[in-house]
Design a protein around this ligand. Sequence first.
Ligand SMILES: [Fe+2]
Length: 199
Amino acid sequence: MAKKPPKASNASTDEAQPRYAVNYREIQPYGTLKDLPIALEDNARAQSVEILNQILVDTITLRDMYKKHHWQMSGATFYQLHLLLDKHFEEQSDLVDMIAERIMALGGISIAMAPDVAEMTRIPRPPKGREDVPSQLARLLEAHEIILRQAHEGAEAADESGDDGTNDLLVSNIIRTGEPQVWFLAEHLAATELVRPNA
Ligand SMILES: [Fe+2]
């Protein structure tokens, strides 16, 4: 929607006047591909864009869940987990940027805004309230597995279509970052004790 134009009478001749009263204009509809000379067939690019957008919205959701639980952590291991979850948040943030930019490099359009992410993600929505630590960790593990399963399937599809770059992103970044994060989280759910009761 057009905003009110500036009042200055000489606005049209004043080079310093920012012209912010623009009509918003979409230049590429969602779901379309731009033609780019990257030696990949259109159907291979379209398939990868669809796979990557699903992994993108789920990775954005996992990233945000890490921050939720970083803030809402509790208990004796609060400090360790508070720091660990923020480290994973940073690593997932880097992945979000890599996936989104891969989609654009393929000629597609990356999902970006929260309402679209909420509509598309396959990761179950946590409550607005605060959960206990086992729930927080189990939710993160569930989200990781949803993404890892998609990444394996997507890597295979990209390999078959000849999209080596997407295959590499899914294997070298998504899978190789997600697996050790799962390891670090899952070890907190082992019911071990530092000292044996009767030692
Ligand atoms: Fe923080």
